[in-house]
Design a protein around this ligand. Structure first.
Ligand SMILES: O=C(CO)[C@@H](O)[C@H](O)COP(=O)(O)O
Length: 242
């Protein structure tokens, strides 16, 4: 029996090499944006040529997260290639890819303000145009779930299916974000921390003022379809975002 990546064609193996580099480079963005401490947090990206994804190994420091250190798993979270244990959140990432076919990237962090809202099991209300733009409404809370089976993945998928948000705050745990690829999911992770911090500060100052639903809808539609430079969104180069 042919095992591991040898069972896949050359096109898949070549994509694995490319995505290993992308996912390694993306991990450097997490400390750069202040979203992680020590070895907390993880990023994955799905392949387009096979039902596989690349994710970081568990408990390895960010400086050591080279392309070669990355591991490849299938959509049941089973290790297919790599010589280290996959991230402890691999089953959650796998569940998301298996049940949300449009998702190409998943990010999990324990960023401080977003995780503080998780600790309170309180959704972040949509009181900023930036939230309406990026998340299309409040950022929801997902259920409490333990690592070990597909509970975290189920909680993420059930919560996100009921929302326009690309971020879910898993209760007592922290944010998980999704995107069309790893970079897009990292952007959502940066944004969720920013709005979590701003709304927290605003609430310290006094009552929050909600945005009417019709305005949220209008802001969301504009940001999704009009904002920016069309197809030339920022990309991740060896020098960083360009
Ligand atoms: O939430 C957890 C563990 O409870 C994880 O997100 C860790 O913070 C990072 O784990 P690895 O990806 O290094 O296994």
């Amino acid at each position: 029996m042919v095992e591991g990546l040898a069972a896949y064609g050359v096109e898949v193996r070549e994509e694995v090499e490319r995505v290993r580099e992308v996912v390694a480079r993306l991990h450097a963005e997490l400390p750069r944006w202040g979203l992680v401490v020590w070895t907390a947090g993880n990023i994955s990206q799905r392949l387009t040529t096979a039902d596989l994804f690349v994710i970081k190994p568990s408990g390895v420091t960010y400086d050591a997260l080279t392309p070669e250190a990355m591991v490849v798993c299938d959509l049941d979270g089973v290790l297919v290639d790599g010589d280290r244990s996959p991230s402890s959140d691999t089953a959650a990432h796998a569940y998301v890819y298996k049940h949300m076919p449009h998702v190409g990237g998943v990010v999990h962090t324990h960023s401080t303000y977003a995780t503080a809202w998780s600790a309170r099991a309180e959704e972040i209300p949509c009181v900023l145009t930036m939230m309406a733009d990026e998340f299309g409404g409040p950022i929801p809370i997902g259920p409490f779930a333990l690592i070990g089976d597909d509970s975290i993945g189920r909680g993420i998928v059930e919560t996100l299916r009921a929302s326009r948000s690309r971020a879910v705050l898993m209760q007592n745990h922290g944010p998980f974000t999704i995107g069309r690829d790893g970079l897009d999911a990292v952007k959502a992770a940066v944004m969720v921390e920013e709005v979590a911090r701003t709304v927290h500060v605003a609430r310290e100052l006094g009552p929050l003022v909600p945005i009417p639903q019709r305005d949220i809808d209008s802001l969301y539609a504009r940001y999704q379809h009009v904002y920016g430079q069309g197809d030339s969104a920022p990309v991740l180069t060896e020098e960083g975002l360009a």
